[in-house]
Design a protein around this ligand. Sequence first.
Ligand SMILES: [Zn+2]
Length: 306
Amino acid sequence: MSGRTIRRSCSGWGSDPTTDESAGSLDNRLLLTTGHRCGSQIGTPPVGPVNRVREAGGGRLVAVSLYRDEAIVLRLHKLGEADRIVTLLTRRHGRVRAVAKGIRRTSSKFGARLEPFTHVDVQLYAGRNLDIVSQVESIRPYGASIVSDYRRYTAGTAVLETAERLTAEEREPSLRLFLLVIGALRAMTSDGRAPSLVLDAFLLRSMSVAGWEPALAECAICGQPGPHRSLSVPAGGLVCMRCRPAGSVNPSAASVELMSALFTGDWAGAEAAGPATAKEASGLVAALLQWHLERGLRSLAMVERG
Ligand SMILES: [Zn+2]
């Protein structure tokens, strides 16, 4: 069951330049450059994944482990005058918070590359509490085309906020979520999909990744095959007439079809839906997600629908 879901969730965005097939070659390319660059950045010769740096204020050389990963920049916040803490969703290390030193100076070597929505290749030193960014290369700067368009920006912000909320534990790898975020950003930029549909597709699939896959065909309670007319948010999806809990709603068949199309990546079907259907489906998707989250998503209320 879960195997089937993995394939469906991760392939639904269409062609994906960051799927596993291409990842090997990308990683190989990066590894070739790692040693030289890390050496030039900190003034010590490269010694593989462990480097020695001077302790702040002391003279002692301490061993630090260095690692490299792909990441999406989720968020930045200020740390003192010139530094920032950057929250990254990495491909292999889950959600990581790291210090980007000197990023707010105009001379910063990676300032512009560490903006939200940017897909980066990043090199970090593992710190005791927070890691430290030592090098950043931009893979895809999705931010420029997202922040220039209000619908993309609000939908994209909700994607990033959801990704952060669904990675409650730092450093818990979630490759599927990482691929979903990349897929969503690409779908609403280079693929030109409607941002609100992309967001709903992302929310449905990320619920599946989190173990809350909505029941869109069989009854959420007894498993009886559909189609069913009623939907219960606490039950987690469609419910049959026998199980139907109090407070269930009766969405239009078109809205249920739209949610199924978004979940499976049937874009032709999804884009044929009218605005009223899209609005109803969005409301149901948001309700299903928010049921599972302790606090609501602030950014979801900002999304412009239709
Ligand atoms: Zn039932």
